[in-house]
Write a protein that binds this ligand. Structure first.
Ligand SMILES: [Zn+2]
Length: 436
């Protein structure tokens, strides 16, 4: 991903990433360590045996290239494998290691998650590697892991242990880590629903047509002064994207949100900016097919544009990847909202869209979108939810994920069968709530 000049100190960068990993329960307090190799070759690494919930910036250990160590604590006992990875991969500048539960499940089954579950997962993580077991902290473990990284993997599952990811900076290593854990979780949930469908190499490697391309840059324009309404919508989009991240409806690398500004314009989240740290300036204005100068919109931009053109009552669209609803997107099992009245009233009939249509120019997808049935499940590509406002779209997205989770739990509880509300109950709901 493109980045501005990096002015964050390694101590603060490590603190931030560790806070996120701990807060979203991707490690226990004793497990996990992060490191950065800086521009002069010094390492900065989390300390051994310090509570991850109360880590302070001065606890981060500075290990100089000459081997001398600065800090109130010894460095993580896994320093040997961090060193081995940096030696094997001169391009690596940041490493994340932890024991997140879904990837540990794969690790103890001697498997790796197939990242061809979703195109984004493949593009961000590549194919995950696997390193055989060795004693924690040992040179042998370092050698096993470094060998897998040397062969080209950026994400490596450790047998009976956990996972390590590396990147050209710590943010990239974190994004791979989070995306791989999300992929693992989704595969586990999908396995409870039936056979899991994966993309082939060609599909998984294909970039959506609307993604930025050097050959055909979209026309751009310099917008005039922003109206109060535009400012309000920018603020709302940032707030709801952050909420979507915090509620685990999006992860740092996946998800798009837009809102209609007027007949010919809408605002949309940018391409590849961490969903947890978005600010209103980063949101992209799109007017009659041209994008605000100097910004790159989400790859969903053409789909959203075609939908706004064809559906005047739709005022907001979100593409998201909540684990449970995404599990339905990777299996043939139908997500049926006739479970409880709230689900039916908010979601109506959920339709499934074959892989390829959302990756097209948007026109076919716009024809299949409607405000009456606001949710579409994209095969192996998450979900799309429409609303009459940003809040309405977000609200439906939350109901969708709750419905999907309740269904999966119901299947697990009752050997694959749940009780759906019968037609008479649906007619009664239609009448009482004025649904057509
Ligand atoms: Zn470990």
């Amino acid at each position: 991903m493109s980045r501005q000049r990096d002015l964050v100190h390694p101590r603060d960068e490590i603190m931030r990433a560790m806070e996120r990993i701990y807060r979203y329960r991707m490690t226990t307090t004793s497990g996990g360590n992060l490191s950065i190799r800086d521009e002069v070759g010094d390492l900065w690494i989390t300390p051994a045996r310090v509570d991850k919930g109360s880590l302070r910036r001065e606890d981060i250990v500075h290990v100089r290239a000459d081997g001398t160590v600065d800090g109130p604590h010894p460095p993580s006992s896994e320093l040997p494998f961090h060193r081995a990875i940096y030696e094997a991969r001169p391009d690596a500048r940041g490493i994340v290691h932890a024991h997140p539960v879904a990837l540990v499940a794969f690790s103890i089954c001697q498997r790796t998650p197939d990242t061809r579950l979703l195109p984004q997962a493949r593009q961000i993580c590549g194919a995950a590697g696997f390193a055989p077991y060795a004693l924690p902290g040992s040179k042998a473990l370092g050698a096993n892991i470094a060998q897998t990284f040397a062969a080209g993997s950026d994400c490596v599952v450790l047998e009976n242990h956990g996972v390590v990811t590396a990147g050209s900076n710590l943010q990239e290593a974190f994004e791979r880590f989070e995306t791989l854990e999300f992929t693992a979780k989704t595969i586990i949930k999908a396995s409870l629903l039936g056979e899991v469908r994966y993309l082939d190499d060609e599909q998984a490697g294909r970039r959506p047509e609307a993604s930025p391309s050097a050959d055909s840059p979209a026309p751009s324009f310099q917008p005039g002064p922003a109206t109060s309404r535009e400012k309000e919508l920018r603020r709302q989009l940032c707030e709801f994207v952050r909420r979507s991240y915090q509620q685990r409806l999006m992860i740092s690398t996946e998800g798009a949100f837009s809102a209609r500004l007027d007949e010919d314009s809408f605002l949309i989240t940018p391409h590849r900016v961490d969903r947890n740290i978005l600010d209103p300036d980063a949101i992209v204005l799109v007017h009659k097919g041209a994008t605000e100068a100097g910004k790159t919109p989400s790859s969903a931009v053409r789909n959203h544009e075609a939908i706004y053109q064809g559906h005047p009552k739709i005022h907001s669209i979100v593409n998201a990847y909540p684990v449970n609803a995404t599990a339905f997107s990777a299996t043939a099992t139908t997500l049926d909202p006739r479970t409880i009245p709230e689900s039916y009233i908010f979601l109506r009939d959920v339709r499934r869209i074959p892989y390829g249509i959302p990756q097209g120019d948007g026109r076919e997808l716009a024809g299949l979108t409607s405000l009456r049935d606001p949710v579409l499940i994209f095969e192996n590509d998450g979900v799309q939810v429409c609303g009459s406002s940003v809040l309405d779209a977000f609200d439906r997205l939350e109901v969708l994920e709750s419905t999907a989770e309740a269904m999966i739990n119901g299947f697990a509880l009752n050997k694959g069968t749940i009780h759906r509300m019968p037609d008479a109950v649906i007619s009664e709901l239609n009448q009482a709530f004025g649904l057509d």
